[in-house]
Design a protein around this ligand. Structure first.
Ligand code: 5AD
Ligand code: SF4
Length: 424
């Protein structure tokens, strides 16, 4: 989501005659686009702000956008007095106001909903992977999560607006579309005739575009994995056989306290249905360890479910108490050292599962998308349909195909090695 927001801000500045610079000391405007999901991310923002403050030109405009801006609000100006603007994740389209009135301080952390999508210019080129938000906010109210506070209630963008963005991306260079939403599979939109649209409609419509070779979406909430969407994995071959569907914990008690009211059986049932639709599908998850009251037995259940589902490409986090959340006030907060050792244990298992999956890919041929070259320029980095990195020797003639069939020749826990299929 932040990558997308950052691209929209950059496009707006480019259109106004700004150019990118690598050096803070050269910049006329410096914007930190921030994430507040864990305390560590927020802390990093304030230490980065301190660094920028010392390195920037005195008259450079300087501010923060995104969730930390919304979380800190006016207090951000108290902490860093020379900040010029503090704009929440739904008000960064107000940035031109500060360009026009650089001597003022601009604070806007309103939840304006979808305005930002309509007010900023479109980029004239798309990266190969186009991230397209289809929804803002989240109505799930997991007790640990600050997102419902920072990004507000869930609102789905109009179907036609999303499809406009998809077609624009396809026409300007995108090969892969990644639909984004905090609760992406909860996408629901009714037009003024009452016709209802779901994520499955967006996928079906996008798959018709010749330029688009791969489609994916993230992140999915387990109970919103409806049959029409599962069916897409059977009928739309452009939809990648890979799904991020966070389970967060394998303990029913912890899930209840997280306010994630689904059973492990339901989760397993959905995975089974997905596998029936697309036998080669792989599932990824997010996990939180050390949630308030989590016992050793609860934690063990998380490890067990990861081993049972064999989650690949997963993310695991120590629980981080956040302002404006119910879990921060719960009793039995877990000490940092216990969280750290549980995280290390879970990561050990997840790495092992990933290594095993990577090794099972050796000998397979996969349609991969080029992400670019490594530092030497001699190796190319591709993404497999399962989001693994695959390193390939660059062709001597310097032509790197953007999409290529690649035979996987070797694997370790972090990445794959491969060769183009037409080389013997
Ligand atoms: N502490 C730790 N992890 C969190 N996440 C969200 N809130 C917290 C928190 N307070 C994780 C969840 C979510 C991912 C985006 O971030 O696993 O899926
Ligand atoms: Fe946060 Fe995701 Fe839960 Fe929504 S579904 S409250 S974004 S963790």
């Amino acid at each position: 989501m932040n990558v997308y927001d950052g691209q929209r801000i950059a496009a707006m500045l480019l259109q106004r005659g700004y150019a990118a610079t690598e050096k803070i000391a050269d910049a006329d405007i410096i914007i930190l686009n921030t994430c507040a999901v864990r305390a560590k991310a927020t802390d990093k923002v304030f230490s980065a702000l301190g660094r920028v403050r010392r390195a920037k030109k005195t008259d450079a405009l300087f501010g923060i956008v995104g969730c930390v801006a919304r979380e800190a609000g006016a207090a951000a100006f108290k902490r860093i007095p020379d900040l010029n603007f503090v704009l929440g994740p739904q008000s960064y389209h107000k940035l031109p106001d500060i360009l026009e009135n650089p001597d003022t301080k601009l604070l806007n952390i309103d939840l304006g909903g979808l305005e930002k999508f309509d007010e900023l210019p479109e980029s004239s080129t798309s990266p190969a992977v186009a991230y397209i938000p289809i929804q803002e906010g989240c109505d799930h109210c997991c007790t640990y999560c600050i997102v419902p506070y920072t990004r507000g209630r869930e609102i789905s963008r109009p179907f036609e607006n999303v499809m406009h963005d998809v077609r624009h991306a396809a026409a300007t260079g995108a090969l892969e579309i990644c639909f984004l939403g905090q609760n992406v599979n909860g996408y629901k939109y009714s037009d003024n005739t009452g016709k209802a649209f779901r994520l499955s409609d967006l996928i079906r419509e996008t798959a018709k575009l010749d330029a688009i070779k791969r489609i994916r979406f993230t992140s999915s909430y387990p109970t919103e994995m409806t049959d029409d969407l599962i069916e897409m994995f059977r009928t739309e071959q452009k939809l990648l056989p890979f799904l991020n569907m966070p389970i967060q914990s394998g303990s029913p008690d912890v899930l209840t306290r997280m306010n994630r009211p689904y059973s492990l059986d339901l989760y397993i049932d959905i995975v089974d249905k997905l596998k029936a639709a697309r036998p080669d599908i792989q599932i990824s998850s997010d996990f939180i360890v050390g949630f308030p009251g989590e016992t050793d037995a609860d934690f063990e259940k998380t490890v067990q479910i990861a081993k049972q589902i064999r989650h690949i490409n997963s993310y695991s986090f120590k629980y981080s108490p956040r302002p404006h959340t119910a879990a921060a006030l719960m009793p039995n907060q877990i000490p940092e050292n216990v969280k750290a050792s549980r995280l290390a244990a879970l990561d050990g298992e997840l790495n092992e599962i990933q290594r095993e999956f990577n090794e099972a890919c050796v000998g397979e041929t996969m349609a991969c998308l080029c992400e670019g070259a490594d530092k030497t320029g001699k190796k190319l980095v591709y993404r497999t349909p399962y989001m693994q990195q695959c390193i390939v020797d660059a062709p001597e003639n310097g032509n790197a195909p953007q999409m290529a069939d690649i035979r996987i020749t070797a694997a370790n826990k972090a990445s794959l090695r491969g060769e183009f299929c037409d080389q013997n």
